[in-house]
Design a protein around this ligand. Structure first.
Ligand SMILES: [Mg+2]
Length: 380
């Protein structure tokens, strides 16, 4: 068997006005998707979703640039797959898309699920956490956060992660005011769901410590990216200061980037995203973290195919815990696929080989790509 072509499928869907959401100072106006396809001369095709944060148009350019190194090669040879290098976000996303498509292709050739290629004993169902809490607006209705959490409980989710809301300076939000809302949320949830907070690197270390102590006391599962990622010393101090895990690393695409954070226990859990770093590099990161007693709970945003990639990855981990599911991506998320294998807060990995899903037949016509950024900066 030989690889004959690589292709990038770019998809978008504009959010309806009421579905647009603001976090910090950015209003997200559309959902994007980039799928890499690896075609072969025997009609078998591998598919992999590359993280759209790398910009679908730039991802397509990098895939085209890398294509000659794969075309004509035997797809069973792992040495043909390029490596992430953290020099360009778009390049690494393109490589991740190729890597995931290669794993899907390999699974289809060998008649095995990707999780079975990664480990002898994969789990069959992966627990999902509802990831959002992005829509509450400090000016208009901060309690929307609580309403949203209760909806996820009704839908069967056993965990939820939320963010710190719109830009605090717009409405004079303080740590104390934020913690007031967090305590109300914890009281309403009343132990029915695990809770996690994502700071999106927006806090100072002093603010983060005050919040971390309270979250720890409230039994939160983790506190993600509280402070700027480059402040490794700050992460080491915060992670040592509380029992709860301080987590991060979603934007890291190589083991080399994770290495000092793992060695110094700057993170209690690492969060690579295989749509960003590839399944191959993701396994290397998770295996090294495991040697240091650190679990891996991947970042996963965007669409259904990436959910499957990260799902097979979690299923193969030494200590599979939970997978992130974006709750605000809209109809593109699962409309791109023929299957939607989530139910009651769990992802089920089917017996089908590879990643176990197929692109919907009319996907390009239903979700035509819209050029331009997915978010706009808002003034208030
Ligand atoms: Mg995050």
């Amino acid at each position: 068997m030989k690889i004959t072509a690589l292709e990038t499928l770019k998809l978008s869907r504009m959010h309806e006005l009421e579905r647009q959401w603001i976090t910090s100072q950015y209003r997200t106006i559309k959902a994007d998707c980039a799928v890499v396809l690896i075609h072969t001369d025997e009609g078998v095709t591998g598919i992999g979703e590359a993280c759209a944060y790398g910009n679908p148009t730039l991802i397509e350019e990098w895939v085209n640039w890398l294509s000659p190194t794969l075309i004509g090669k035997d797809p069973s040879d792992p040495s043909i797959v390029p490596h992430t290098n953290y020099r360009s976000w778009s390049y690494d996303c393109a490589v991740a898309g190729i890597d995931c498509a290669w794993w899907d292709l390999r699974g289809k050739i060998e008649g095995k699920r990707v999780s079975e290629l990664l480990t002898d004993r994969p789990i069959e169902r992966v627990r999902l956490y509802a990831s959002s809490g992005c829509r509450y607006d400090w000016r208009k209705n901060p309690h929307q956060l609580i309403e949203e959490a209760l909806e996820y409980i009704d839908q069967g989710y056993t965990a939820m992660k939320f963010r710190i809301g719109t830009h605090w300076a717009w409405d004079g939000v303080t740590v104390d005011r934020f913690l007031g809302l967090v305590r109300e949320l914890a009281q309403e949830v009343n132990g029915r769901m695990e809770l996690m907070l994502d700071g999106n690197q927006r806090l100072t270390e002093e603010e983060a410590l005050q919040i971390a102590v309270d979250l720890d006391r409230l039994g939160f599962a983790w506190f993600e990216e509280p402070i700027p990622q480059t402040d490794i010393d700050g992460y080491v101090r915060l992670n040592a200061a509380v029992d709860m895990h301080i987590t991060g690393g979603e934007q890291f695409t190589t083991l080399e980037q994770f290495r000092p954070y793992i060695e110094r226990h700057a993170y209690g859990i690492v969060q690579p995203d295989v749509g960003w770093c590839g399944i191959t590099e993701g396994m290397r990161i998770a295996e090294m973290a495991h040697r240091y007693g650190i679990d891996c709970c991947p970042h996963s945003w965007h669409n259904g195919l990436m959910c499957m990639e990260n799902g097979h990855f979690v299923a193969a981990l030494p200590n599979p815990r939970v997978l992130e599911l974006c709750m605000i991506q809209g109809p593109l998320q699962w409309g791109m696929l023929q299957q939607q294998p989530i139910e009651n807060g769990y992802l089920t990995l089917s017996d089908c080989p590879g990643l176990g899903v197929d692109l919907a037949d009319d996907v390009a016509a239903r979700f035509p790509y819209v050029e331009g950024g997915y978010a706009i900066q808002v003034q208030r």
